[in-house]
Design a protein around this ligand. Sequence first.
Ligand code: NAD
Length: 296
Amino acid sequence: MSADRIDGKAFAGGLRERLAATVPAFTAATGRVPGLAVVLVGEDPASSVYVRSKGKATVEAGMASFEHKLPADATQAELLAIIDQLNRDDAVDGILVQLPLPKQLDEQTVIAAIDPDKDVDGFHIANAGRLAVGQPGFVPCTPLGCLMLLKDRIGDLSGLEAVVIGRSNIVGKPMAQLLLGESCTVTIAHSRTRDLPAVVRRADIVVAAVGRPEMVKGDWLKAGAVVIDVGINRVAGSEAGKTKLVGDVDYASAAEVASAITPVPGGVGPMTIAVLLRNTVVAAHRRAGLAPPAGL
Ligand code: NAD
């Protein structure tokens, strides 16, 4: 068997087009476009690339992008002052503080300062709580993107066995909550799980969010499982001095057993920015007292 390749890049492209199509009606109703503010502290190269691509995608969707850059030695008070200003700025619907932050800054305090109704990353404790009790809020972009791919592939997830590998607040835990919300039977596996291959083997859905290159092997999988690979790991490539990206799943062996699998790159990665824009459009509508457009 050779698994179908779940094309996250194509799905994300379609979502971004649908989002752009909602902007004119929002503007007609409110006289403005949805706005996303991204705050970057320091000059970490990977973070700078992410911030640039978020800004570009926001503008491409017909939305307003606001970038705030602070030096690497910025104080907590300086960062909190910017967040306060963005919380009060009506043109800003979504606020994202690019993580990780330099070590003099406390991430929890910074996230807690963001207005939960503008917290399009879904990291605020109020949004984690809303997700846990099933109230509308904001869900972290990567796991919500994974859920969209799963529902697109499978349809109704009710009753399926799902194993999420990883228990981070950003991916693993919200992913498990989302799958529970879809009435899956959910297991969260992590670094202390005993006999991980046996746990994974009972899953109809496997979501790997570990950060270990190609850890999950094909012979861990149940035949026909749907596999979502969140991992982004940079490893040495076949050419000397070159690196390449691989996921947490050994694609070649997994594709022999699974029915469908996301590639790395081109699977979950492109979904994250598309869902960030989706959350911003939803935030803009809620803040304006409008119903968020259907089908997002
Ligand atoms: P994290 O380091 O916060 O969490 C990793 C989790 O894996 C932990 O909960 C840990 O218990 C578990 N783990 C570690 N070793 C394990 C083992 N041997 N067996 C079972 N579980 C083990 O990482 P994260 O932020 O959740 O990210 C996970 C991966 O997803 C990383 O590769 C990251 O780069 C990637 N990621 C991708 C996107 C995207 O947009 N595609 C977004 C976020 C994270």
